[in-house]
Design a protein around this ligand. Structure first.
Ligand SMILES: NC(=O)c1ccc[n+]([C@@H]2O[C@H](COP(=O)([O-])OP(=O)(O)OC[C@H]3O[C@@H](n4cnc5c(N)ncnc54)[C@H](OP(=O)(O)O)[C@@H]3O)[C@@H](O)[C@H]2O)c1
Length: 182
């Protein structure tokens, strides 16, 4: 059993969603926001990422400079560059081990934090262990798709960091930091 207070490294959730909490169509993201991807890269570099097998499939390759920990129920699934686990508890153990045995990956210093990388099934499993969410809110008119779990808004202190208006086919979006209230 995972006891949040005993986590060795904090788990940060990172997500981009629209007004209806839609994060993707089950295969891919629904929008392409290059600056958001750049920001995500900068933020996660040197950290372990915990993702579901479907998110791994949608990316199709390991994200460099990070540990790519992939949750699947399959005991035979494997992919180059993926650290495969069969339970969320094992994902955290693997992430902690990776942080403790590495000091650098490529040129990047290891960050002592774990990212809950999605998709929805993985957010559902891990959100209760997160005190921080790096959230991109995207103005994108779609009602159906894969949804981020509903948050109890009263439990979170929200800070809007940046706002970007739509340009060409890049939708309006804003960056938020959510911090769990104690
Ligand atoms: N907007 C964002 O920030 C963001 C971030 C990430 C992903 N996404 C999008 O989200 C969508 C995918 O999300 P999703 O919810 O459908 O899938 P997912 O969470 O990426 O992966 C689900 C898979 O994880 C494995 N899994 C789940 N719970 C498990 C458990 N308790 N033990 C072992 N394995 C477990 C299973 O793999 P097996 O089937 O192999 O057993 C399951 O099918 C895509 O559209 C992607 O583009 C969006």
């Amino acid at each position: 059993m995972i006891i949040k207070e005993k986590l060795k490294n904090p788990i940060f959730c990172i997500v981009a969603m629209n007004e209806n909490r839609i994060i993707g169509d089950g295969k891919n993201l629904l929008w392409h926001i290059p600056s958001d991807l750049k920001r995500l890269k900068k933020m996660t570099m040197g950290s372990p990422l915990i993702m579901g097998r479907k998110t791994w499939d949608s990316i199709g390759r390991p994200l460099p400079g990070r540990a790519n920990i992939v949750l699947t129920n399959s005991i035979s699934w494997s992919a180059d560059g993926a650290m495969v686990v069969n339970s969320f508890e094992d994902a955290i153990t693997k992430a902690d081990e990776w942080i403790s045995v590495n000091t650098k990956i490529n040129q990047n210093i290891i960050q002592k934090k774990i990212f809950l990388f999605g998709g929805a099934e993985i957010y559902k499993l891990g959100l209760k262990y997160c005190d921080n969410i790096e959230m991109t809110k995207v103005k994108f008119n779609i009602k159906n798709g894969i949804k981020f779990p509903k948050l109890n808004e009263n439990n979170w202190e929200k800070t809007k960091l940046e706002h970007h208006l739509a340009i060409n086919d890049i939708p309006e979006h804003s960056y938020w930091h959510y911090r769990r209230k104690l």
